[in-house]
Design a protein around this ligand. Structure first.
Ligand code: GLU
Length: 466
């Protein structure tokens, strides 16, 4: 059974790189009919926080990356790590070390001076120290001194590192707490992870982890190390680039399907296909098609994909999201109103739900200024008469619906013996501030009676004082 895991450290929000790792782990498990595990690596008590755990869970939920097992929390597994450390000591694969900070520091300085890679020199390796006398000792893994560690990475190909390059790393601190390389290995072993898919910032840990896995008698998983994601400026993606936490994209009005689609293309491709449904992603995904080089985050492309999803999703869903956004920014609106034509029209012209809402805000609250060109062209003295007739006609309406509104407009067109443009356009600019909107009767219906009348009066005043 194939099993993957996503193992974030809860030291911040779920960022774009983490979300992509999670997606690739999830996709591969789904593709292979396997299982996907979520493991929270929260052993760094100082840097971990409940808020970050929540941000990770929220991000996974928003992207609908469901896990079959977990979330496991490493902080709840300390006993297990202790047993593993004990096992390694007992079988001679780990040892206590009492080297002082000062000794290690001068060792390091001397090595740097001699242009050598700083590494532990194995001073305590054969001393068979044991804790006692109130002295808290660290535990180091006895890394093999001969031979080569080789693994075939699904992205990087064959990676070989000579054991002579690896020093005896600390697996338990002096307070007994386990270190990252130990906990990861014990968990990957216990959780029977078959494929470790993670960022390539961990590739240097892999040979060490393989050695510990072997010492514990575990079968080694396969590995796929994902190249990093760069910002638009070519530098490693970081907070400096703005919205890198995935929930920020939710806040900004992106659709989770679009985000997922964007993420899957960030470092993986299938021919030149850009738009993938979840099922298509699962069908086509393969670890061996992951790009070998870093990919760059490109907001323009994300916007393009989001726009494709805005267009292709059922209108009802977009309307629901629009209403959620209106609620969030505390704009009051009539929940029963017929938003269909307005939302449908504007979704073709914007990239995000937030932009969509911004462009229809005139339906719910007064706008500050008229679009300059529209006002110049349409709000002229010749528009006064139709606007006054509209105000009178609409004021008399008891039923505020688009067909009654339509009749009022029609009557005025007849009475003035002019074309639709001479009546509809002044009304449009008066109530929306611009020269573009869905059918005017629908627009006016959504804006509501009092606001429509007030805005017509405002336009009349505007023309009169010009
Ligand atoms: N907890 C590590 C991190 O967030 C990942 C460990 C792993 O995937 O092996 O970078």
């Amino acid at each position: 059974m194939i099993k993957t895991r996503f193992a974030p450290s809860p030291t911040g929000y779920l960022h774009v790189g983490g979300a992509r790792t999670a997606l690739f782990c999830w996709l591969f498990a789904k593709k292979m009919g396997g299982k996907f595990v979520l493991r929270i690596e929260d052993t760094d008590l100082e840097r971990s926080s409940d808020a970050s755990v929540q941000a990770i869970l929220d991000g996974m939920e928003w992207l609908d990356l469901d896990y079959d097992e977990g979330p496991y929390f490493q902080t709840r597994r300390f006993d297990r790590y202790k047993t593993a450390i004990r096992q390694l000591i007992d079988q001679g694969d780990a040892y206590y070390c009492d080297c002082s900070k000062q000794r290690l520091e001068s060792l390091r300085e001397a090595q740097i001076e001699a242009k050598q890679k700083p590494r532990y020199d194995g001073c305590c390796r054969d001393l068979e120290l044991s804790p006692g006398n109130g002295q808290d000792l660290v535990v180091r893994f006895k890394n093999p001194q001969q031979g080569v560690v080789t693994f075939v990475d699904h992205v990087k190909g064959e990676v070989s590192v000579s054991n002579a390059e690896l020093d005896d790393l600390i697996i338990a601190r002096s307070d007994g707490s386990p270190t990252y390389n130990l906990t990861v290995v014990v968990d990957d072993m216990d959780m029977q992870i078959t494929h470790v898919i993670r960022g390539d910032d961990h590739v240097n840990n892999t040979p060490r982890q393989i050695n510990i896995l072997k010492a514990l008698g575990a079968t080694c998983p396969e590995y796929a190390h994902l190249p990093m994601i760069l910002g638009e400026d070519g530098k490693r993606l970081s907070k400096r680039h703005g919205a890198v936490g995935v929930m920020q994209y939710f806040e900004d009005g992106y659709l989770p399907e679009a985000m997922l689609n964007y993420l899957v293309r960030l470092g993986w491709s299938h021919g030149d296909q850009e738009i993938f449904s979840r099922d298509e992603m699962i069908d086509h995904f393969s670890l061996d098609e992951i790009n070998k080089s870093a990919s760059s985050f490109n907001t323009e492309k994300l916007n393009w994909i989001n726009q494709q999803y805005l267009m292709s999703q059922p209108l009802e869903r977009i309307i629901t999201l629009v209403k959620q956004r209106l609620g969030k920014i505390e704009v009051s609106f009539d929940d029963q109103a017929d938003f269909h034509s307005i939302v449908d029209l504007y979704r073709q012209r914007v990239s995000t739900i937030n932009e969509l809402v911004d462009s229809i805000l005139y339906c719910f609250q007064d706008f500050d200024n008229y679009d300059e060109k529209a006002a110049q062209k349409v709000l002229r003295p010749v528009a006064l008469e139709p606007l006054e007739m509209l105000r009178a006609g609409l004021e008399g309406l008891d039923d505020w619906d688009s067909s009654a509104i339509h009749d009022v407009i029609e009557d005025i067109i007849q009475a003035l013996n002019v074309g639709m443009g001479k009546v509809g356009q002044p009304l449009r600019v008066a109530v929306t501030g611009g020269s573009f909107s869905p059918p005017i009767d629908k627009t006016v219906e959504i804006i509501g009676k009092q606001q429509t009348l007030d805005r017509i009066s405002r336009a009349i005043d505007y023309i009169s004082v010009k």
